[in-house]
Design a protein around this ligand. Sequence first.
Ligand SMILES: C[S@@+](CC[C@H](N)C(=O)[O-])C[C@H]1O[C@@H](n2cnc3c(N)ncnc32)[C@H](O)[C@@H]1O
Length: 270
Amino acid sequence: MAKPFIKWVGGKRQLIPEIEKRLPKKFNNYIEPFIGGGALLFYLKPFNAIINDYNPELTNVYSVVKNSLNELVEDLKTHENNPEYYYKIRSKDRNPSYINESEVKRASRFIYLNKTGFNGLYRVNRNGEHNVPFANYENPKILDEENLNECSHYLKNVQILNGDFEKAVKENTKEGDFIYFDPPYVPINTTSSFTSYTDQGFDEDMQIRLKELCEYIDSIGGYFLLSNSDTDLVRELYKNFKIDRVLASRSVNSDGEKRGKVYEVLVKNY
Ligand SMILES: C[S@@+](CC[C@H](N)C(=O)[O-])C[C@H]1O[C@@H](n2cnc3c(N)ncnc32)[C@H](O)[C@@H]1O
């Protein structure tokens, strides 16, 4: 019963019933180019899947869970839930030698910070340094060995890529494949949305590039389903495809005041 092993901003758990109603009836490979926490991947557990994300620390965690689970579990046992320890671990990426840290150590640090940092946020400053504060949760589950085992087992058949969404799709999509896109959303207004997952951000040009990629998938006989905010830009970009409005609740928002129900859209070409 593998389920997502990290919390992720924009996680799609709440939207799954709406997504499920709109899946293609049949498809070959499953491709998810903005994997984040992987809510839909772990829900569907497709047999042949390719996942991708631009964040190398995130894709490293997936690879380590897949390939080096025992070492990861042993390292996760060593963590402590107190602010002194948290800030010591967080500050590791301030040291130039951090690039020499092993993949297992980096994955362990990522999971630890995700479970004990504020809201499971992943946020780095301009120098690429993790800057989320300690959350002081009473009993965070830093190690969920059973679930990690299930995830590791499932991921054995999943190909994990690190890079830009367009490359991941262009190099891997064939007729009959299904691509689920959950990109950083078009902001509803300039201050409300968290879109800075990566150092390169996700601006309007990226949204246009994504739309053109959807047209490409359509042209080769693939299926795509895409989530995004219900905004004029999204409706304009995808006006030649099917757009459904759905009600979603945001589980993690950088601005706690704005949590709650919002309209989003699901766009598909089938
Ligand atoms: C909305 S989140 C995906 C959430 C995911 N569906 C879940 O359930 O947790 C968007 C993801 O896109 C990634 N991303 C941002 N820019 C990207 C790019 N150019 N190519 C690939 N991934 C990118 C971010 O690192 C982030 O993990």
